[in-house]
Design a protein around this ligand. Structure first.
Ligand SMILES: NC(=O)NCCC(=O)O
Length: 383
């Protein structure tokens, strides 16, 4: 069986673990099992017709005496590119707009309040090639670009916050960034946030294209809760998650593009650990499929020249502050994961585990500052 044929870890467990042991295996591996969310028949039909997977789960909190529940529904969308990478640029963008448009329509049928797409969703993940043309042509203005116009219409039509991660062109000086645009459910651009950490690993030659973000760790106050976006490689940096959380994020989205050979064993751990450590919800979203490029490329790592980055394994999921998580979407198919959560769970878990209260941040800040100084000497005791 090839890497790209293996459908999902969850399916394999269901198939092979004896029924009476499965519950315990799942509890240990995935935490308290979220209930399945009943989704409307029209959405289930749409998913079937339009050939994408649709799953729904529910993260509950305990009832409180002084606060009503704070229920929000989020949608994560993972997808393949639609046209080959050598199709005209605008055709590729339009085909992706159409595909995402039909998936967002199904999200609306499911009552989704906030939807998030995958990293650089309007294009193939061409940063492996190191070629500038035609890939830089996919870059658009975050505020007024073609894709943002498209997302504003979706947001307004469906009363939905739309998180749209794109390759951004800041038009005054043609500086490129890897940016998530947050469009409010009013249809206005609420703001944008840029990828803080740029990979320098394997074929992820992204530093050729755009700069390290300069927007810090913004949190967006939406009608449905406080949200932040930690783009792809930022998930390997615990302090990146931490700072979004320190600014008050209740849900942190992690739109990604990553491949099986590189990061798959880390995928299910990193966002989940961030949810636990920071008393918040986290959402990992990864594209699917293998994208072929006309010209061979190498990455100076001794590997033979090749024409694809490898298999993007999807597996998008949501993790909750109590350590539980949803099952992942498929490794191979387009998908929409709908999750309903009660945001009261974040404070309840904070009160239980108190990581923020026991964090000793002033001490760490001082020690950390010392480690960045030129005269830093590691605190090692020798005989
Ligand atoms: N898009 C991106 O940052 N990928 C880097 C590889 C990884 O973080 O798994």
């Amino acid at each position: 069986m090839s890497v790209s044929e293996f459908e999902s870890l969850e399916n394999t467990l269901e198939k092979h673990i004896p029924h009476d042991e499965l519950k315990e295996v799942k509890r240990i591996l995935f935490g308290k099992e979220p209930k399945k969310l009943a989704l409307p028949a029209c959405a289930v039909e749409a998913a079937l017709e339009r050939d994408f997977e649709l799953q729904g789960y529910l993260f509950e909190a305990s009832p409180e005496q002084l606060r009503p529940p704070r229920i929000v529904r989020i949608g994560l969308i993972q997808n393949r590119i639609v046209l080959p990478t050598d199709a005209p640029v605008l055709d590729q963008i339009n085909a992706l707009h159409n595909r995402i448009g039909e998936m967002v329509e199904a999200a609306a049928m499911c009552g989704v309040n906030i939807v998030c797409f995958q990293e650089a969703w309007t294009m193939p993940f061409a940063f492996c090639t190191r070629e500038k043309e035609p890939w830089t042509e996919f870059a658009e203005s975050a505020e007024g670009g073609y894709t943002t116009q498209f997302c504003k219409k979706l947001a307004q039509k469906y009363n939905m916050v739309v998180i749209s991660p794109i390759l951004e062109r800041e038009e005054t000086n043609n500086v490129l960034w890897n940016t998530a645009v947050v469009v409010s459910n009013s249809g206005n651009v609420l703001g944008k946030t840029r990828k803080n950490h740029i990979p320098r690993v394997g074929d992820f030659n992204e530093s050729t294209y755009y700069m390290e973000g300069n927007t810090g760790h913004r949190v967006f106050q939406t009608q449905f809760g406080k949200i932040a976006v930690n783009i792809c490689y930022g998930r390997h940096h615990p302090l990146n998650w931490f700072m979004y959380s320190m600014n008050g994020a209740e849900i942190i989205f992690n739109p990604s593009a990553t491949v099986g050979g590189l990061s798959e064993p880390m995928w299910s751990i990193e966002a989940r650990n961030a949810a636990i450590a920071n008393h918040c919800f986290t959402c990992g979203i990864n594209r699917v499929g293998t994208e072929h490029f006309n010209n061979e490329f190498t990455s100076g790592d001794g590997k033979k020249a090749h024409q694809d980055l490898g298999h993007f394994y999807g597996s998008s999921y949501v993790a909750a502050p109590d350590g539980s998580r949803s099952p992942g979407l498929s490794r191979t198919r387009d998908g929409l994961l709908v999750t309903e959560m009660d945001l009261n769970l974040t404070r309840q878990i904070s009160d239980k585990w108190s990581f923020k209260m026991t964090g000793r941040y002033a001490e760490y800040a001082e020690e950390l500052t010392r480690t960045t100084r030129e005269d830093f000497k590691p605190n090692i005791i020798k005989e």
